[in-house]
Design a protein around this ligand. Structure first.
Ligand code: C2O
Ligand code: CU
Length: 489
């Protein structure tokens, strides 16, 4: 009997074992890559005004029997690219045409908590919201997506995500490819799974420590897309807008490219590499050089998640994908070499840290706490720097994202991080059983009552409550109490 039970268990384990996915060399690349349009804007009394309408629709991804029911902004899937300049006052007129409440969070922006679009700024169905602030941070590739507490994964994976590009005098003066849609291309990456009818399917393996892992990779909503390249160099702004998948992006022939920017802006100097790892929410700007007439594939190879092989398998750590193809024209417009110096070094000094805090990520909690809407977990002072120690202990991959602040990575397990972590960050991967020390600089936007979030950006973890709240105070100010719920009309 025991033997039988054992055999049964083994058979069960085998059928449950997650098959790895490998699409390399098997993608036709027969669809032009969709490039999200630049959002139109108008200037009203010196403020740049954009309009975003959260809406439901259908999208033909070329999969299954019927078009896929999707959500997006100003369209059926994803959203337009917003673009603004440092120093510019901006306002976004958001309307919610979805059948449920949503929020729009400006991931990577430094702004007052009331404008942040986190769980406290819910927009009821049919209602609107008009956040406004002045862009005051370095040029960067940021993004926007919903953040309703408990429903972020479901809304983002239906397509609610868009890019928000910030420029400044430094980025404008540098000779980097910057003609949007020509040699400066957003690449918003989401993994999806489809049923036979062509509808999105939640693909969560019962043993998965992280959540949904799709077997199709969409770049700007295109599966197997190609992009016609007309210039010698091409800048790709990679955004991992997937709920749980971690990617190691590289090129099909393992050629080197220049990593020029990460979450919070341009690096001090370009880093020549053949791979860049992005966990959910992270961005990278890379510059790829091409020869006339050649074809090069953007690929994701199995990321080293730092897990044991069993966990790693269920976290997608052995999947490989061909994502999109770059097709160089026979004659390419010359583009200068990537400059040796890019932006200034962030220059945060551990000696400037006014406090040290420790956050332990485990299961679906941080410091054994889970998100409570009307509880503030931490209070910090505006325009100060703190040393935060982020540790993981449960064998699962996690990451760390903070609103209303930016940080630099000081150490990972006592070691100085590589050149890819020398710029401003707002999200960083946390491998199992590691300790990452970051220097966090809080924005100059105090509000004793409305909190900012810190959370794991693996969206299932976030939705399950792996999120805490902190307020930014003026020196000497007392913390208040945030509302339990908050909805606009
Ligand atoms: Cu990209 Cu708190 O979010
Ligand atoms: Cu997590």
């Amino acid at each position: 009997l025991l033997v039988l039970a054992f055999a049964g268990l083994a058979a069960l384990a085998l059928t449950w074992a997650r098959a790895s996915t490998d699409t390399t060399g098997r993608v036709a690349f027969d669809r032009p890559l969709n490039v999200p349009p630049l959002a139109p804007s108008r200037v009203e009394d010196g403020t740049r005004v954009f309009e975003l309408r959260a809406t439901a629709g259908t999208t033909d991804f070329g999969v299954g029997d019927s078009a896929t029911r999707t959500w997006g902004f100003n369209g059926a899937y994803l959203g337009p690219t917003l673009r603004a300049e440092r120093g510019e006052p901006v306002r976004i007129d958001v309307t919610n045409a979805l059948p449920e409440a949503t929020t729009v969070h400006w991931h990577g922006h430094e702004l007052p908590a009331a404008m942040d679009g986190g769980p406290h700024q819910a927009i009821a169905p049919g209602a609107g919201w008009q956040p406004s602030w002045t862009v005051d941070q370095p040029a960067a590739t940021t993004w926007y997506h919903p953040h309703p507490h408990g429903a972020t994964a479901h809304q983002v994976s239906r397509g609610m995500a868009g890019m928000f590009i910030l420029d400044d005098t430094t980025s404008r003066a540098l000779e980097l490819p910057d003609e949007y849609g020509v040699d400066d291309i957003p690449v918003i990456v989401q993994d999806q799974a489809f049923d036979d009818d062509g509808q999105f399917r939640r693909a969560e393996h019962p043993f998965s420590p992280v959540g949904h892992l799709g077997d199709q990779i969409l770049a700007n909503g295109t599966i197997g897309g190609y992009h016609e390249v007309t210039t010698e160099r091409l800048r790709l702004r990679l955004l991992n807008a997937s709920p749980a998948r971690v990617y190691d992006f590289g090129l099909g022939d393992d050629r080197e490219f220049a990593l020029v920017g990460t979450d919070g802006g341009l690096l001090p100097a370009p880093h020549r590499t053949d791979a860049v790892r992005l966990s959910p929410g992270e961005r990278a700007e890379i510059v790829v050089s091409l020869d006339p007439g050649e074809r090069v594939v953007l690929r994701s190879t199995p990321p080293d998640l730092g897990t044991d092989p069993w966990t790693g398998r269920f976290a997608g750590g052995d999947d490989r994908f061909d994502i999109l193809q770059l097709r160089a024209a026979e004659h390419l417009v010359p583009v200068p070499e990537v400059p040796d110096r890019l932006a200034g070094t962030p220059g945060l000094d551990p000696a400037d840290a006014v406090a040290t805090r420790r956050f332990r990520f485990s299961g679906i909690s941080i410091n054994d706490r889970r998100m409570v809407m009307d509880r503030v977990d931490e209070a910090v002072v505006a325009d100060t720097t703190e040393l935060w120690e982020l540790s993981t202990s449960d064998g699962s991959p996690h990451n760390f994202h903070v609103h209303g602040a930016r940080f630099t990575v000081l150490e990972v397990d006592g070691e100085r991080p590589g050149p890819e972590l020398t710029g401003w960050k707002d999200t960083v991967y946390l491998a199992p059983s590691t300790t990452t020390r970051v220097l966090v600089h809080f924005a100059d936007h105090a509000d004793p009552n409305l909190p900012f979030m810190i959370h794991c950006h693996f969206l299932r973890h976030e939705d399950q409550g792996m999120m805490l709240q902190f307020v930014i105070l003026e020196p000497g100010q007392e913390r208040g109490r945030p509302p339990a719920t908050h909805a606009t009309e």
